[in-house]
Design a protein around this ligand. Structure first.
Ligand SMILES: C[S@@+](CC[C@H](N)C(=O)[O-])C[C@H]1O[C@@H](n2cnc3c(N)ncnc32)[C@H](O)[C@@H]1O
Length: 267
C-alpha cells in the first residue's frame, strides 16, 4: 500500500525528487551511491506527477552526484572527529544515516513537521538517530543538539538554502555562528548566472510554490562569517559521470560554475 504524499506541498514536495534520484540511481550497473533504502521508501510513497516536468536524466544525475559529494564530506567529518555529531537541516527523506552514518552516536534529521510525520511512517527514531520536526528558522532546534566542542558538529544543508531569502540565510548563519562557533556547515548554492541560465526551471519551481530565492557566490558567503574550506563545482568536478553534452557545456559555458557545494566553518 502506498503512503500518500498529496498533503506535502511547496518546498517539501521537492524532497520526493531527491529521493527518486537516489532510488533511480540504483538501476545503474555501477551506481554512484549504494542506497537500497531509497528504493524501498520511493516504492512506499505515491509520486507527485506535478514533479514530472522538473525530473529528467540530468536532474537525476545532479541529485545523485550531489548526495555522493555530501556523503564524502560527512565521511571525512566522521573520520576526523572524536565525537561526531551530524545534523541534516531540511533533511527531507534523506537516507544518509542508513547509508553511511550508523556508527555515529548522534545523528539528527530536521525538517518541517509534515515531513517528519511522513518519515515517522517510514522509519523508527532511535536515541542515536533523532528526527526533529520544526522549521530551521525556529532556532529552538539548536537546544536539541548535545553540548560538545562545536568542532565535532557537521551541519548539512543539502538543497535547502536556495529556498530562503538572503535575510533569512543571514539570520540562520548568525545564530548558528553564535551557538556553534567552529562547527562545520556544508551547503550548496546557485550563482546569479545560474539564475539567468536556469530561468525556465526557476519558473517551473515557482509554479510548484518552491521558488529559488537565494543566488550567491562564494565571496558573498565568506562575508557572512563563514570560512570556506572547500568548493565543489557540481557540473565540472564530476566529469566522468556526465554526458558529453554536459561535459562540453560545463567547460565552454558558465554552466561549470553555476552550482557549488561549499564546505565552510562557522567562525
Ligand atoms: C530539495 S529538498 C532537499 C531534501 C534533502 N536535503 C535532500 O537533499 O534529499 C528541500 C527540503 O528543505 C525542507 N525545508 C524547506 N523549508 C524548511 C524550513 N523552513 N525548515 C526546515 N526544512 C525546510 C523541505 O521540507 C525539503 O525537505
Amino acid at each position: 500500500m502506498s503512503i500518500p504524499t498529496s498533503k506535502i506541498s511547496g518546498v517539501p514536495r521537492t524532497m520526493l525528487m531527491t529521493l527518486r534520484a537516489r532510488a533511480d540511481e540504483q538501476a545503474n550497473s555501477q551506481p554512484i551511491i549504494q542506497d537500497p533504502l531509497a528504493v524501498e521508501w520511493y516504492q512506499s510513497l505515491t509520486w507527485d506527477e506535478e514533479l514530472d516536468k522538473l525530473y529528467n536524466s540530468t536532474s537525476q544525475k545532479s541529485l545523485a552526484i550531489r548526495a555522493y559529494h555530501y556523503d564524502n564530506i560527512t565521511l571525512r567529518h566522521i573520520a576526523n572527529s572524536s565525537q561526531p555529531i551530524i545534523v541534516e537541516l531540511g533533511s527531507g527523506l534523506s537516507t544518509r544515516y542508513y547509508r553511511i552514518g550508523q556508527q555515529v552516536d548522534n545523528w539528527f534529521d530536521l525538517d518541517l513537521p509534515p515531513v517528519i510525520e511522513l518519515r515517522n511512517q517510514l522509519e523508527t527514531e532511535t536515541e542515536k538517530h533523532q528526527l526533529i520536526g520544526c522549521s530551521v528558522m525556529d532556532f529552538s532546534w539548536m537546544d536539541s543538539i548535545p553540548k560538545v566542542e562545536p568542532e565535532n558538529i557537521l551541519f548539512i544543508a543539502e538543497g535547502l538554502l536556495m529556498y530562503f531569502d538572503v535575510s533569512e540565510v543571514e539570520q540562520l548563519i548568525e545564530q548558528m555562528r553564535f551557538r556553534f562557533p567552529g562547527a562545520s556547515l556544508a551547503m550548496d548554492v546557485l550563482n546569479k548566472i545560474g539564475q539567468k541560465l536556469g530561468k525556465k526551471r526557476a519558473e517551473q519551481m515557482a509554479e510548484l510554490e518552491a521558488p529559488f530565492k537565494w543566488f550567491t557566490k562564494e565571496q558573498e558567503v565568506a562575508t557572512m562569517g563563514l570560512s570556506i574550506i572547500n568548493i565543489c563545482r557540481l557540473y565540472r568536478d564530476y566529469r566522468q559521470h556526465w554526458s558529453l553534452l554536459v561535459k562540453l557545456l560545463s567547460w565552454l559555458t558558465p554552466l561549470g560554475n553555476i552550482y557549488l557545494i561549499l564546505e565552510t566553518k562557522l567562525d
